[in-house]
Structures are given as C-alpha cells and as structure tokens.
Design a binder for this molecule. Structure first.
Ligand SMILES: [Zn+2]
Length: 77
C-alpha cells in the first residue's frame, strides 16, 4: 500500500523505504532488512510534504527533512 495515497498496488510499482543507520533510504532493490514502507514514485512529493508520516510508519524518530531529501534524491535518479 502506498503511504501517501493509501492505494494498494503491486510492490513492483512502488518504492520501498527502509531505515539504515537512522536515516530513511529508498530501497530500490527491496532487499534491505527491517521494517519497510511503500510509496508510488509519483506520490513521493506528497509524502515528503506530510511531515512525520514516514517516521510513524517505520516506527523510528526521523527528521522529516531527511526523509524529504531522500525522496527528492530518488526522484532525480
Ligand atoms: Zn500513491
């Protein structure tokens, strides 16, 4: 399910977000261990604007600015 629009979709259509060393990363290969959250690439900007949503989903205290930066970097790839 996409964290931003709440639509269910195949994981191949979504980016997986994971936490590495206290920072959110976009896990393109979907291989990182631990809790993950998913978002449509097209919904990443919406999600970045919803401060705190990713941290709550991943059950970590994370800086919303760091999440936004990780999503912005992934969009540039
Ligand atoms: Zn979405």
């Amino acid at each position: 399910m996409c964290l931003a629009c709440r639509a269910r979709d195949d994981v191949s259509a979504l980016w997986r977000l994971a936490v590495v060393d206290g920072a959110v990363v976009v896990d393109r290969a979907r291989r990182l261990p631990g809790r993950g959250a998913h978002v449509h690439p097209g919904c990443a900007e919406t999600l970045a604007a919803r401060r705190g949503v990713v941290g709550r989903a991943l059950k970590v205290g994370i800086d919303p600015a760091q999440v936004a930066a990780a999503l912005a970097a992934a969009r540039r790839d």
